[in-house]
Design a protein around this ligand. Structure first.
Ligand code: NAD
Length: 241
């Protein structure tokens, strides 16, 4: 249903998980995709989104290859160990903010001139359900993802004049290396019980919503922070009454 023929996209975090799924889906539907990731792979150039100089250099390379950029999907992200707030070291608070918040800000700023030249530019940021409801022992990650959500809304207003749509998705538990690292069979069972749809998700189920928000099918949508979490943030699963 969605064609990205002749469209140029930058996807961060493209070497793994949700970013990789976004890059594959965009390519399969006709887009030219430039992947950026800390881990260089055949899908992504080596870029540290938390570092302005690295992002600026990568954006210059994109500007030397293309006239414009039609879309940016910000998937690069980190999560630090599960700990109660008082035990989280400052370095972990900073890491979440440097990558998740500043990384998103850096890529949007650096690609702004290229996005402004597109006829239908769109940015999709990957926040988290942790931006909307508390996740226990994840204060640093939650605060950073709240920042991504607030930045998304504020940027949507700022750049509406230039026609740049800016939206975010808030994934629930998605089976990527980031989530699998933290999973135990007990946690998996507990999460599945807590999710109204009763399961965890595949990266492609996040990518399809991100691609929708990056496509003309959502041309009237901007400033939205959309849960894609099987109903986790809507509430508890129904009780047998
Ligand atoms: P992942 O670990 O599979 O992928 C994250 C990618 O980001 C990796 O390839 C990593 O190398 C890259 N990255 C990390 N730091 C970077 C940096 N400084 N510069 C460039 N690239 C960097 O994890 P994922 O689950 O696919 O995560 C993608 C996004 O989705 C993240 O923002 C994450 O917070 C968010 N998210 C994931 C889940 C989940 O359950 N998997 C839930 C909610 C939100």
């Amino acid at each position: 249903m969605i064609s990205f023929e002749d469209k140029v996209f930058v996807v961060t975090g493209a070497s793994s998980g949700i970013g990789e799924a976004c890059a594959v889906m965009l390519r399969d539907n006709g887009a030219t995709v430039v992947g950026w990731d800390l881990t260089e792979t055949d899908r992504a150039r080596g870029v540290d989104v938390s570092n302005w100089a690295s992002v600026e250099e990568a954006a210059k390379a994109v500007a030397s290859e293309f006239d414009h950029v039609d879309g940016l999907i910000n998937c690069a992200g980190v999560i630090t160990p599960n700990l109660p707030a008082q035990d989280v070291v400052n370095e972990d608070y900073e890491k979440n903010f440097h990558v998740n918040v500043m990384g998103t800000i850096h890529t949007c700023k650096a690609l702004y001139p290229m996005l402004s030249k597109s006829s239908a530019p769109a940015i999709v940021n990957i926040a988290s359900q942790a931006a909307l409801v508390a996740l226990p022992w994840q204060t640093a990650y939650s605060a950073s993802k709240g920042g991504v959500a607030a930045f998304t809304r504020a940027l949507a207003i700022d750049w509406a004049e230039q026609g740049i749509r800016v939206n975010a998705i808030c994934p629930g538990f998605t089976l990527t290396p980031m989530a699998i690292k933290q999973m135990t069979p007990e946690l998996e069972a507990a999460v599945s019980r807590r999710v109204p749809l009763g399961r965890m998700f595949q990266p492609e189920e996040m990518a399809s919503v991100a691609c929708f928000l990056a496509s003309p099918l959502s041309s009237a949508v901007t400033g939205v922070v959309m849960p894609v979490d099987g109903g986790w943030t809507a509430g508890e699963p129904a009780l047998p009454m």
